[in-house]
Every structure is written in structure tokens, then in C-alpha cells.
Design a protein around this ligand. Structure first.
Ligand code: ADP
Ligand code: MG
Length: 618
């Protein structure tokens, strides 16, 4: 009954929302009819800068790559088309083609150098090329130096020159809306999850099989492309270009817009661009009248505004705007349609395709699936792992125990390629994996969880799990932006859903991962690892923070996985838990293995008892 009532209410508010949208669309389409010329010009300006800000939302807000240099890409787009259409008489549409090719190529070259930089060096790098491109615009003879280029032809559409503010209005806003929709599509796809994962750090993304260098490059190129296209429109709308709108100062302003609007939301770009532009106009008008002299006072006020705002709304304004409109039923609207379609029942989406699974041998085998020999890892003078050898068989739970600082997590990092080993060999599934990258090892079917949980707290539980299935999809960013990969996406989400159910997280699938209790976050890490269809699972203290009942459930799950043929290497401190569950135990202390064997034998080993002095092993 209650469900039915809620569904009706959701239906009604969905309908209200649709009418709201339709009214907005009408208002938008009719704007040139009722907006005075001055405001139409401002609307056009907002549309053009919002396109640049959108690129920054993706790059800085979503992927965490700060760029101060976006204005330079706007300039690149403007100048490339300006030169080709004035000096060489090309049509602006061919100019656009050249803009796309040139912007993407130059961005690729700049990205290849700068995106490798980490921490503060990346923004500094963007400042560096932002400045150089700006000075290039001012100093090249062919670009008209500081005077710039004039008599740029207007863009022609349907045999009609888009000269007036009213005619270019439609071009600008259609391009902007398209870009927003395509970007939103991209973010809600497998590639988008990889891009969003960048913010959580390279380690977890690479461990899930994401090629982080590629994902960074994708957002960087997209942001540059949006900026270039904005510049192209600008040049043919103003019919004149000079270097000043492409300076570092303006680059910073674009970043303001993205941050102000709401760094992670595509619509935030529009909000930020609108607010900054209107506020600037208003202040430029107001301040000289108040202060009785002219000058760039607005910049000062503006800086103060921004500092205050960042203090009170660090995630920008969009989340606040959204909250104003949001009702509980509206919330489900924000969820990916694929998730929503399978939202109502607790069963799997039967119409979704099933992802192919790895071939695995059934039953136990004497051969090791994962075998390490003589592993060594030093951190400066500290030997964290020394001459470590162990083997893990299919359908086996091998427990790794030892006091804190024994080197267990380091060993996990060596086995999964997160850390480089100093010596030793590792074979997995018959292949040498020592020296390989984390994502290549993940591809072979070795999945892991982290002792210090590494989740994307703002992404839903389901999306976090789906990230683990990254390597099981293949469609690229273009198909994702056009939503041509929906079949595959359904299969991926369905897989994530199955894993959520399997580990007992089905009630919280749609909540942000960051809102889970720590024990559940660890369980989520297991589900994420399972989504990769692994042959072996490396779990670093999965039971820490779990209550007794939850631990029992975890033990049941691990036994079921073992029965499915999975090999499990498990770090755990709870001895009762370990001794009940494990087939064999490896004990480490001070970076070396001090004992290994069956639980019963380990419990009696004098060296182990000494290492655990005071800890009851039974
Ligand atoms: P365990 O997981 O068994 O508690 P760890 O593998 O985390 O132990 O750590 C083993 C030793 O290596 C500790 O002394 C720790 O301080 C050191 N260590 C781990 N990671 C690093 C690192 N990245 N840099 C320097 N020392 C490290
Ligand atoms: Mg550890």
C-alpha cells in the first residue's frame, strides 16, 4: 500500500518536473523575442563561457585536475579559425574542423607533458602553457600581434549569416546543451566512472584496471575541445579577436565559475558562468557610481565574495540549488536511468545481458595459482619484506597473520603491482607478473581490497562496485557520450547489483559509499573486487570493524567463494576467525615469514606463540 502511494507521488512529481522543463524550454526558445538586446548579448556571453566552464567542471571538479590555462584553448580556437577565414578565406565551418584538429592535437601534446605532473605541479604546469600561448597570440605577426585580427566573417547557417545576437543565440545554446548532455552521458558510463575514480587517487583506479593516464587525457582533451569551440563561436560572433580575453586572468575566472557553480555537476557550469557574468556586469555598473571613480573594483569585491562562498559552500552552489527543488521522489530522478529501471525490485535485472566469465578450474589442485618466491621490499633502510615465499592454490583460503608492521600490506602491494619489488618473482595463473603494472595484473584476475578503504565516497555503492567490473566492458568515451553502450552498461550495473546482493549490501546500493559504516565499506571493497570476476582475491583486514554477526556472515561468504573455486589470501587479526576459516596460515614478523602450515600446527608453533606473546591463539 505504502509503496503504491509513494509510486503515485513520484509519478506526479515526475510529471510536474516534465512540465517545468517544458516551460523552461519555451522560455529559452523565445528569449530573443522578449529579451532586450543588452541582455541577449549577456545571455550569449554566458553560454559561451559556460561551455568553457563545463570543460573545467569535468576536468577539475570531477577528475580533480586543476587547470588555470583554459583561456588559452579558447584563444587557440578563436585564432585558428580567425586566421583561416580572414587570411585564407576558408568558411567558418571548415575553420571549426581545423579548430577541432588543432586544439585536440595541441592539447594532446600539452597533456602528455603536464598530466604526468602530480600535486601542485599540475596547476603550475597549466599556468606555464597558459602564459606561453597567450604571449604567442600577442607576438605572432600572422595573428595580428596585440592589435589582433578583424573583419572575421560570421558563421553561416542555412544560407544566413549569424551576425545578430538573436541568431547566434540559438547556435551557442544548442551547442552548450548538447555538450552538457553528452558530458552527463559520459559521466554515467563505465568511462565516466573511471574518470570520476581519478579523484580518489591513481592507486585504486589502476588496481581496478583503469588506465588512469588515458582517462586523464580523455577529460583534458574534452575540456580543451569545449574551450576551443567556445573560442570559435566567440571569434565569429565578435568578428574580431585580440589576445586580451585569453589571458591567465580570464583562465582563473573560468576556474572560479566551475568551482562556484558546483565543481562536480555539469549544470553547475551554467550556474557558475551565469552568476559570475551577471555579478561582474552588475558590479562594473554599480561600483564606479558608488565610489565615484572607475577602476577594476569588481575584481576586488569578487575575490572577497569567492572566499566567503568557498567557506560556506565548498562544493559550489549547485548542490544548494538542487536541494531547493529536491523532494524524496525527485531524488530517484537523479539516479542513472539504468539504475532507476532496476530500482524497484530486489531482483536482478533479468533482461540485462550477462557478462562473460573467466574460465576457472573446479575443485582443488596441488598447483599454485599465485606463487611468490624470494620477495623483497625496502623503504630506505627499513626492510618491509625479506625473502618472502608463499603459494596460493585455487579453492583455498590462506590466512596471512602477524603483528602490526610485519609487512603484510606491503606484501599485498607487491603481489598486486601497487609497489615495485626490489627482488623476487611472482607467478599468477602461469604468467610472470613481477614488474607488471597493477592494471595488467588485475586484468589477469587478481583482485584486492585495501586495508585503509579506498572508495569514492560521493559515488553510490552500486557505482563503486561497478568500477570493479571496469575491465569487463569495452566501449570507449565516444559511444558512452552518445549512450550507445547502454546494453553493456546494463550488464555492468547488473553485475554490480548481483555482487551487492551477494555480500549483503542490497539495502544500501543507492546511497553514497561515504555514508556507510566502516565495516560496510570494507564489505563494499569485497564486492568491488568480486565484480572483476577474479580468480584470486586478496583481502586486507576485511573483518576489521565488523560486529560478531557480520563477521559470521563474512566467513560464510568467504566459504561460499572458496567453494566456487576462488583462491583467497586474507589478512586478519581475529585469531578465532582465522583459525576457523583458513585452510593454511602464513605468519609474518618483522618482514619475514616465521611459520606456515595448517591452523592446528600454527597454533602450537613456539615461534608464533612468542611473536604473539600475550595473545590467545586458540
Ligand atoms: P602490516 O600490514 O603488516 O601492518 P605494513 O606492510 O603496512 O605492515 O608495513 C610494514 C613496514 O613497512 C612498517 O614498518 C611500515 O611503517 C613500513 N612501510 C609501509 N609502507 C611504507 C612506505 N610507503 N614507505 C615507508 N615505509 C613503509
Ligand atoms: Mg596492514
Amino acid at each position: 500500500m505504502r509503496h503504491k502511494h509513494m509510486a503515485q507521488r513520484a509519478d506526479r512529481s515526475r510529471q510536474a518536473l516534465r512540465y517545468g522543463w517544458m516551460a523552461l524550454c519555451l522560455l529559452w526558445a523565445a528569449a530573443p523575442l522578449y529579451l532586450p538586446a543588452y541582455y541577449l548579448t549577456i545571455a550569449n556571453h554566458i553560454g559561451m563561457v559556460a561551455l568553457v566552464a563545463l570543460g573545467l567542471v569535468l576536468m577539475t571538479g570531477v577528475a580533480g585536475l586543476t587547470s588555470f590555462g583554459q583561456a588559452a584553448f579558447v584563444g587557440l580556437g578563436a585564432y585558428v579559425s580567425a586566421v583561416l577565414t580572414t587570411t585564407y578565406g576558408l568558411s567558418p565551418w571548415l575553420g571549426l574542423l581545423a579548430v577541432v584538429v588543432v586544439t585536440v592535437s595541441i592539447a594532446f601534446a600539452l597533456g602528455a607533458i603536464t598530466l604526468r605532473l602530480s600535486g601542485h605541479y599540475l596547476p603550475l604546469g597549466t599556468i606555464a602553457w597558459g602564459l606561453s600561448l597567450y604571449f604567442l597570440f600577442g607576438n605572432l605577426e600572422i595573428l595580428g600581434g596585440h592589435t589582433g585580427l578583424s573583419s572575421i566573417p560570421p558563421i553561416e547557417a542555412f544560407g544566413y549569416g549569424l551576425k545578430s545576437a538573436a541568431s547566434i543565440y540559438y547556435l551557442i545554446w544548442v551547442v552548450l546543451f548538447l555538450a552538457i548532455v553528452l558530458s552527463d552521458n559520459l559521466l554515467h558510463s563505465r568511462e565516466g566512472r573511471a574518470i570520476r575514480a581519478l579523484k580518489g587517487g591513481v592507486i585504486v583506479a589502476e588496481s581496478m584496471g583503469v588506465n588512469t593516464a588515458r582517462s586523464k587525457m580523455i577529460v583534458f582533451l574534452l575540456a580543451a575541445l569545449y574551450a576551443g569551440i567556445s573560442g570559435w563561436i566567440y571569434a565569429h560572433y565578435q568578428r574580431f579577436v585580440n589576445p586580451s580575453p585569453f589571458s591567465l586572468h580570464i583562465g582563473i575566472e573560468y576556474l572560479f565559475m566551475a568551482v562556484l557553480g558546483g565543481a562536480t555537476q555539469v549544470w553547475g557550469a551554467l550556474l557558475g558562468a551565469g552568476l559570475v557574468t551577471l555579478l561582474k556586469e552588475w558590479l562594473q555598473d554599480l561600483l564606479p557610481r558608488l565610489l565615484g571613480s572607475s577602476g577594476n573594483f569588481e575584481t576586488i569585491i569578487f575575490g572577497l565574495f569567492l572566499v566567503l562562498l568557498l567557506q560556506h559552500a565548498p562544493k559550489g552552489l549547485w548542490p544548494h540549488v538542487e536541494r531547493l527543488f529536491r523532494r524524496s521522489s525527485f531524488k530517484s530522478q537523479k539516479i542513472d536511468p539504468i539504475q532507476a529501471s532496476i530500482n524497484d525490485t530486489n531482483h536482478t535485472d533479468l533482461s540485462a545481458a550477462v557478462l562473460p566469465k573467466r574460465l576457472r578450474q573446479s575443485g582443488t589442485s596441488a598447483d599454485y595459482l599465485l606463487e611468490a618466491r624470494g620477495l623483497e621490499k625496502r623503504f630506505g633502510g627499513l626492510i618491509a619484506n625479506q625473502d618472502i615465499s608463499l603459494g596460493l592454490r585455487p579453492s583455498e583460503i590462506l590466512a596471512l597473520i602477524g603483528p602490526n608492521g610485519a609487512g603484510k600490506s606491503t606484501l599485498f602491494d607487491l603481489l598486486t603491482g601497487v609497489q615495485k619489488l626490489d627482488a623476487g618473482t611472482i607467478y599468477f595463473s602461469g604468467e610472470a607478473i613481477h614488474g607488471r603494472r597493477a592494471r595488467d595484473i588485475a586484468r589477469l584476475g587478481l583482485s584486492r581490497s585495501f586495508q585503509h578503504v579506498r572508495l569514492l565516497p560521493e559515488m553510490s555503492v552500486l557505482e563503486n562496485i561497478a568500477l570493479g567490473a571496469h575491465l569487463r566492458g569495452r566501449h570507449g568515451p565516444l559511444r558512452a557520450a552518445l549512450h550507445l553502450e547502454r546494453e553493456e552498461e546494463r550488464a555492468l550495473i547488473n553485475e554490480a547489483r548481483n555482487q551487492a546482493i551477494r555480500v549483503g549490501l542490497s539495502d544500501v546500493m543507492h546511497v553514497p559509499a561515504g555514508s556507510l559504516a566502516l565495516g560496510q565499506q570494507r564489505t563494499l571493497e569485497i564486492a568491488r573486487a568480486l565484480a572483476g570476476d577474479p580468480l584470486a582475491l586478496l583481502l586486507d583486514e576485511p573483518a576489521a570493524g565488523l560486529r560478531f554477526g557480520e563477521k559470521q556472515k563474512l566467513a560464510d561468504l568467504l566459504r561460499a567463494l572458496r567453494a566456487d573455486g576462488l583462491a583467497i589470501l586474507l589478512v586478519e587479526h581475529d585469531m578465532a576467525f582465522v583459525m576457523n576459516l583458513a585452510d593454511r596460515v602464513v605468519v609474518m614478523e618483522h618482514g619475514v615469514v616465521i611459520a606456515q602450515g595448517e591452523p592446528a600446527r600454527i597454533q602450537k608453533d613456539p615461534r608464533v606463540i612468542e611473536a604473539y606473546l600475550g595473545v590467545d591463539l586458540s
